[in-house]
Design a protein around this ligand. Structure first.
Ligand SMILES: Cc1cc2nc3c(=O)[nH]c(=O)nc-3n(C[C@H](O)[C@H](O)[C@H](O)COP(=O)(O)OP(=O)(O)OC[C@H]3O[C@@H](n4cnc5c(N)ncnc54)[C@H](O)[C@@H]3O)c2cc1C
Length: 298
């Protein structure tokens, strides 16, 4: 497995792509060593706080334990994001961030950050052997169809996946976004049908849940469902990525591979529907609770 480390970077450009998606292009010499395993590579971004400058962030191998032992006020906050694009030669990387209305450290930073502002990014480092445990899109080599689904926080990962799956891949993309003008955010892939819509009257999951159920029915016939264990989404993490110990896909082939990410309540419901009700093989369903309504990430 290849290593992760902290990279110091500054904002080189801010681009409003749609009402909800703001692209931050990060730059700086350290990013020349940032690896690009692709797909939905996750990263952590550390933000400066009034009482906790970036220099206060522990960056050794035991950074998390040290960070947890620090006084809460003295800790620089961090949140999880996805690399949307990596241009090592420049070097630059894009992260598409949603500014949501309930303010946490990330959304506060997103609302006011401008060119020159600095962050630390924990991400994959060169030299890289191509297998990243920060990449959760791990489909079987022979996948009949893909179902990519999530809310706006999953859209950057879905966008990167759509750009990187082969041209002859086929499937359905279901995404629920906050605003009707966000619908055009995703890149076009000729083999995919897009069911992307704004949530009705601001109510979460009104499009996502029924559209995933319809997509599953359109992609594979119902099979024999298997039990799924209840996950306590308010106390723990909702996360399962079927893979081998070496990081490869759990199955060699599958008629359907589903990748589901977003608000944990919706993702739990979708996973139950696919595995327990529709009978999709659980080894072909990756599900990630990216955030939980009413709960801060850290
Ligand atoms: C692997 C992974 C990849 C991710 N990739 C991206 C990405 O590329 N782009 C992106 O925009 N987000 C992404 N996210 C989601 C992002 O990490 C969360 O939205 C994060 O909680 C935002 O931090 P915050 O400081 O604004 O809010 P927090 O301090 O974490 O939470 C404060 C409050 O805001 C609420 N909240 C958090 N996120 C949202 C939201 N999106 N909408 C409404 N309310 C919210 C919480 O429920 C809580 O009540 C990803 C998450 C994971 C785990």
């Amino acid at each position: 497995m290849s290593g992760y480390r902290f990279f110091r970077a500054r904002v080189g450009a801010v681009t409003d792509l749609t009402p909800s998606f703001r692209r931050f292009t990060f730059t700086g010499p350290e990013l020349a060593g940032f690896a690009d395993p692709g797909f939905d590579q996750r990263i952590k971004i550390v933000f400066p706080a009034s009482a906790a400058a970036l220099e206060a962030m522990p960056t050794g191998d035991d950074w998390y334990d040290v960070w947890r032992r620090m006084d809460a006020d003295a800790r620089p906050p961090f949140r999880t994001y996805t690399t949307r694009a990596v241009r090592r030669g420049i070097p630059e990387l894009d992260v598409d961030m949603v500014a949501h209305e309930v303010i946490g450290p990330a959304s506060a930073w997103i609302a006011r950050a401008g060119v020159g502002d600095e962050v630390l990014i924990l991400g994959p480092a060169e030299p890289h052997n191509g297998v990243s445990f920060g990449v959760d899109f791990v489909p079987p080599a022979h996948t009949g169809a893909y179902l990519l689904a999530g809310d706006e926080t999953a859209a950057p990962a879905i966008a990167a996946i759509l750009e990187q799956v082969p041209a002859d891949a086929r499937g359905i993309v279901v995404v629920e976004v906050p605003h009707p003008d966000d619908v055009g955010y995703l890149p076009h892939h000729p083999g995919f049908t897009y069911r992307v819509a704004a949530r009705a009257h601001g109510a979460r999951h009104t499009h996502l849940v029924p559209a995933v159920q319809e997509a599953a029915a359109a992609l594979v016939p119902p099979g024999r469902g298997s039990e799924v264990e209840e996950v306590d989404i308010d106390g723990g993490l909702l996360w399962e990525v079927p893979r081998t110990a070496r990081g490869g896909a759990a199955l060699r082939s599958a008629p359907l591979y589903a990748w589901l990410a977003g608000e944990a309540g919706a993702i739990r419901q979708l996973r139950r529907h696919l595995v327990a009700d529709h009978g999709v093989d659980r080894r072909a369903v990756a599900f990630m609770g990216y955030w939980r309504l009413g709960r801060a990430e850290a």
